[in-house]
Write a protein that binds this ligand. Structure first.
Ligand SMILES: Cc1ncc(COP(=O)(O)O)c(C=O)c1O
Length: 382
């Protein structure tokens, strides 16, 4: 039996610890993609492992209509770390489900139909979320999707103002586009989005699936702009490697949310893992650490790569390096020759989303590996 859909990598991973993964021969890989940003504390974090095993010993699962301590604790912690007056939580199992719920809640709470989304935006691959995802390669094989979606250029508040009308249920936006190439939204843009949606009676939906949990130097990236959205979605690293998602929202959205649900919503084991993850992020002030490490990383990259790349951009530990040719070969050489794992974002951007717990020594190793790989590329393909 073989898997399909995913292209397989020529490395068989056996275990992980901190920022490292190890293959079956014992070779070490520095995971600077944090396995799609799913392990913000690094692999097999002891506090999270302990929370999982304690919860497994007590109770693996009970449906969400029966309160359990682990879920209640997570609700309280999410409400306490959420921006402004966001205090309601709907737990689920992934980022696309968190966005699917956000879109449904926006429709039922506003009584309106249309969505506005951004060009190059990525919000997931289930039918609703996919309808607001830009890339035609992901969308076309599955069309027709939700038709009432208008895409606007990212960062253009005038275009947004024109698109959001009296029939708009919500505008969904990543504060920094991830998959689209690490494109930061300016504070002025996100503030304009807040004003425009509020004026139209539409929900502002911040997709923080990739940007959230301290990665950009604040717990949520939209906090850099001092904006409180109506709905905020989280997933990926929320349970440091177990599948989880969460749709956080304000009172008016929760009141009108409608009969949404999911069998595995709020399972005690993932809730215990998420509560432990958030507690480490808060106790160790990992947003501040991510900011400091991000600045160091950007500075070192700039010095080492300079003119050999088109651009180095990002915020905190969400870094994109735009290279002058396709990034596939570069990613392969980094992994195979230097034991450094990174991610693509589109065809020409190298995306680095390391665990928030990395130190300068890890940055140094990765910068050196990238510089060497780029040098090899130039020699091999003048
Ligand atoms: C911004 C954003 N939203 C949503 C998703 C979808 O999350 P998932 O793959 O968990 O469904 C992703 C995944 O990469 C993402 O980056």
């Amino acid at each position: 039996m073989t898997g399909f859909v995913y292209s397989e990598k020529p490395i068989q991973i056996e275990r992980g610890e901190g920022p490292y993964l190890y293959d079956e021969s014992g070779s070490e890989y520095l995971d600077f993609g944090a396995s799609y940003a799913c392990v913000p504390l690094g692999h097999s974090h002891p506090q999270v492992q302990e929370a999982i095993t304690d919860q497994l010993d007590a109770l693996t699962f009970v449906q969400a209509s029966y309160p359990v301590d682990a879920r209640d604790a997570l609700y309280d912690r999410l409400a306490s770390v959420a921006p402004g007056d966001i205090e309601h939580v709907w737990p689920c199992n992934s980022g696309t489900e968190a966005n699917e719920a956000a879109l449904k809640f926006a429709r039922s709470a506003t009584g309106k139909e249309k969505f506005v989304a951004t060009m190059q935006g990525f919000h997931g691959r289930t039918m609703g979320s996919l309808s607001t995802t830009w890339k035609s390669e992901y969308r076309e094989p599955y069309e027709p999707l939700i038709e009432d979606v208008e895409f606007v250029p990212y960062g253009d508040s005038e275009a947004l103002d024109e698109a959001v009308d009296e029939n708009t249920a919500g505008f969904i936006v990543e504060p920094i586009q991830g998959e689209g190439g690490i494109n930061p939204g300016s504070s002025a843009y996100l503030q304009a989005a807040r004003d425009i949606t509020e004026k139209a009676g539409a929900a502002l939906i911040a997709d923080e699936v990739q940007t959230g949990l301290g990665r950009t130097g604040e717990m949520w990236a939209i906090e850099h702009a001092d904006v409180v959205p109506d709905i905020l979605t989280s997933a990926k690293g929320l349970a440091n490697g177990l599948p989880i998602g969460a749709t956080l929202c304000k009172e008016w959205v929760a009141e009108g949310a409608g009969p949404h649900g999911s069998t595995f919503s709020g399972g005690p084991v993932v809730c215990a893992a998420a509560d432990a993850t958030l507690s480490v992020i808060e106790d160790q002030d990992l947003p501040a650490h991510a900011e400091a490490m991000g600045e160091y990383f950007a500075g070192e990259l700039d010095t080492a790569l300079g003119e050999t790349v088109r651009d180095i951009r990002g915020t905190g530990l969400m870094t994109g390096i735009e290279v002058k040719r396709g990034s596939n070969r570069l990613l392969r050489d980094l992994a195979i020759e230097h034991g450094v794992l990174a991610l693509p974002a589109g065809r020409t951007v190298l995306r680095l989303l390391p665990p928030l717990t990395i130190e300068a020594e890890h940055v140094d190793r990765v910068v050196e590996a990238i510089a060497l790989t780029m040098g090899t590329e130039t020699e091999a393909q003048p």
